[in-house]
Design a protein. Sequence first.
Length: 269
Amino acid sequence: MTDNRIRLERKNKIALVFMDRPEKNNAFDTSMFEALEQLTLELERDHPRAVVLTGTGDRAFCAGFDVNLENPMATEFLDAVNKKDTALAGKLINRMRRAIDGFVGLPVPIIAAINGLAYGGGMELATRCDLRVMDIGAELCFSEVRLGLMPDWGGGVCLARLVGSAHATDLILTARVVKADEAARIGLINRVSDKGRCLDDAMKLAEQISLNGPKAVSHALTVLRQSSELPLKEALEKEAEAAAKLIASGECIHGITAFMEKKAPQFPD
């Protein structure tokens, strides 16, 4: 069972994950990173068809890393600063990245339901999800440079691949707040929801995905995640290889049979 600050609910074939620390704008402390790792192990043992990640409360999706000194990792961070210890700072970053990388590396689509402010690491986490649904009143901000920091949860690199270098440079170096209309225009998010409807819309998106072949979704997702890192020729080879494995798995029989019979497909897990 995961820590109650990272709360899991299962709704049919969808895993709904809450960052549940609203009094701190759902900012991550040591226990939340540990809980996210445990949750990832739980989901690896029993894959859902999709994951929806959101924040508890009306104010925040996630404010990133909790810099208050009651957070043990913040104390270690300060120790690394005082000692000018690059190795210690690197170890702290690796601990955070291990939790984040594991979660976003699950072989199912992960949808960020951005219900409120997403600042710093919280915006990085949203960027690393596969899809993003944003409340019309939410705010996005890569705020790290305001604190003399930079993205270190993997969100900076992923942002550049998502929206291009020019937009990423603007957002990271200015640390300015981005509203829903601009986020949609530059391709930072996939959907804009009416006030208070973000989670509902993210769940509908997850449900739509969950009706499709789970192996087909997983194989396609793997190729999509890898394609931006590979030369075109190699990416095309990966796509063909994944498609061949998918066909050989036999999952398509369920879809094609249902299509011929004019029925909705029922894919096994």
